[in-house]
Each structure stands twice: as C-alpha cells, then as structure tokens.
Design a protein around this ligand. Sequence first.
Ligand SMILES: [Zn+2]
Length: 55
Amino acid sequence: MQVKCSLCGKVEDICKIHKDYAKLAKNKDAPYFCEHCLFRVKTQAKDVQAPPKPI
Ligand SMILES: [Zn+2]
C-alpha cells in the first residue's frame, strides 16, 4: 500500500507488518510520517516536554 508522508510528502510503500498499516488501510486520511519525520517529531516532542534547564 502506498502512503504519503504528511510532513515531507515522501511516498512510501508499506506492507502489512508496518505498525500504521491497519490504521491507514481503514482511514486513508490518517496522518503518516516516514521514518525520518517520525524521528524528528519524536525528538521535538521530547524537547517540548523537557523543562528548560536553569543556567
Ligand atoms: Zn517524511
């Protein structure tokens, strides 16, 4: 199944073992992030959660 990354627009072919396959098969409008963008999103989310360190 071909899916398009919601962030960078990269088209990828995912197979049934992909963790988002069922979700995307059910809802084609569900957001999909390629590995690269997923990593970026996760890293950013972690940065936001972490409290600012006092200097
Ligand atoms: Zn991407």
